[in-house]
Design a protein around this ligand. Structure first.
Ligand SMILES: C[S@@+](CC[C@H](N)C(=O)[O-])C[C@H]1O[C@@H](n2cnc3c(N)ncnc32)[C@H](O)[C@@H]1O
Length: 410
């Protein structure tokens, strides 16, 4: 969509058309397209409106009902921060007494909207003029906020008195093209030297405006964390979405932290000081406790498994595998707990016998710290395609030995 078409779509007749569309239904586009053309709407406007309708339907997962008032590009939607996480970013700025945020590389403006929504004044720029214009449309309810085309590299941070209560937010785009994984989903690659604006530019902004935050990939390397800053890995419903780096007054706890969010639950934050630095490991398979804990992935990325060993008095199964065995049963908002039913050295024949003896013919296989093809294993175990009696097994390591634990969710 070019700028002229965006303007037509988001004003007058075009906006009326877009807002009057019925809820998007896959497969009905052609009929609807014809009906709208017959009603006299220009074909390019109809196509643009229908595309927006499709994007809005997709955007509900990130923005709920707000999606219906927003405009997107497909790329901009994919890169946009989901509402609940954007709200957390915005809160950081407000809690630190910031009143104006320069959103440098604003995309379609999801973070900017969350900031505007809690009365922060947003000055947003994006390198791409259509994307910036879309952000401006999405910010239309907040006359004090603006979005325009501009390059971060040309941004002049305010200085002296003008910099008081002013912060910056950066959410660099990943320049490395995605690769499709076996499920066909695009997986983005991450290298600190392959983001735009560059990591150097992000840090230069943070030097000029101490109240700076940046959203980076969950693959952000621990060693790259600038002294005094906070790197917070954030998960939502178990998926790690980002590592946000915070500087200056936006730092809550310097070092590595993890924030666990999910549907209907606010963040639980875990910091390094709650975690054992070198989590103890179990001595042998016979040494396992009755409970197994699987830390949330945000903790795994943040290297904070030691928070689970500390909270449960437990030990990691092997250095770096992430699973924790413990004698105590604790309800932790940042780890899943399982009861261990059986623990044995990993051996396909023995596992097959164990499953057969118990009539188990459906298996959930979890694995960590071992290289193993779960589908190939399923075949080796000769499980029927559609079994009825289900079990969960965890295949991992204890003292470098491959082990299998049969577990039950608790
Ligand atoms: C990940 S998106 C931002 C998403 C946004 N935070 C949101 O929640 O909607 C990154 C944006 O940065 C913009 N960008 C990349 N390099 C830039 C640069 N050097 N100057 C300005 N914008 C840039 C891209 O055009 C893209 O729209």
């Amino acid at each position: 969509m070019d700028l002229a078409l965006l303007r037509r779509l988001t004003t007058g007749e075009g906006w009326g058309l877009l807002q009057s569309l019925p809820p998007y239904e896959p497969g009905s586009e052609l009929r609807l397209q014809q009906r709208l053309r017959d009603a006299g709407f220009e074909p390019d406007l109809v196509a643009a409106a229908l595309h927006q309708s499709q994007l809005r339907a997709r955007a509900v997962a990130k923005f709920g009902p707000f999606a219906q008032g927003m405009v997107f590009t497909a790329d901009g939607l994919e890169q946009a921060t989901r509402l609940e996480v954007a709200a957390q970013h915005a809160q950081r700025f407000r809690a630190a007494g910031v009143h104006t945020v320069h959103d440098l590389g604003c995309g379609i403006g999801a973070d900017a909207m969350a900031m505007a929504g809690i009365d922060l004044r947003v000055r947003a720029i994006d390198a791409d003029e259509v994307t910036a214009a879309i952000a401006a449309v999405n910010l239309r309810h907040w006359p004090d906020c603006s979005a325009s085309q501009g390059l971060v590299e040309e941004f002049t941070p305010p200085a002296g008195e003008g910099a008081r209560h002013v912060g910056a937010w950066l959410d660099p785009a990943r320049r490395t093209p995605g690769v499709a994984d076996i499920t066909g989903r695009t997986r983005r690659l991450f290298r600190l030297d392959a983001i735009s604006p560059s990591w150097e530019t992000v840090q230069a902004v943070a030097r000029a405006l101490p109240a700076t935050g940046a959203k980076l990939s969950p693959a952000f390397p621990h060693a790259a964390l600038p002294p005094g800053a906070e790197a917070q890995w954030v998960s939502y419903d178990g998926e790690v979405l980002e590592c946000a780096v915070w500087w200056g007054p936006l730092v809550r706890t310097a070092g590595r932290t993890a924030a666990v969010l999910g549907t209907g639950r606010g963040p639980t934050v875990v910091a390094e000081e709650q975690a054992e630095e070198h989590p103890p490991t179990v001595a042998s398979l016979g040494d396992l406790g009755p409970w197994l804990y699987e830390p949330d992935r945000a903790l795994l990325r943040a290297g904070l498994v030691g928070a689970v060993t500390a909270a449960t008095g437990g030990r990691e199964l092997d250095a770096g595998v992430g699973y924790v065995s413990a004698g105590r049963s604790e309800d932790l908002p940042f780890a899943r707990r399982y009861a261990v039913v059986e623990a044995m050295p990993f051996n396909v024949k023995a596992l097959r016998g164990w499953l057969r003896d118990r009539g188990i013919d459906r298996l959930t296989i979890k694995k960590r710290g071992v290289s193993l093809d779960a589908d190939a294993l399923r075949k080796q175990l000769r499980l029927p395609p559609k079994g009825r009696t289900e079990a969960t097994v965890v295949i991992t390591r204890v003292r470098s030995q491959q082990v299998v634990l049969a577990v039950q969710g608790a």
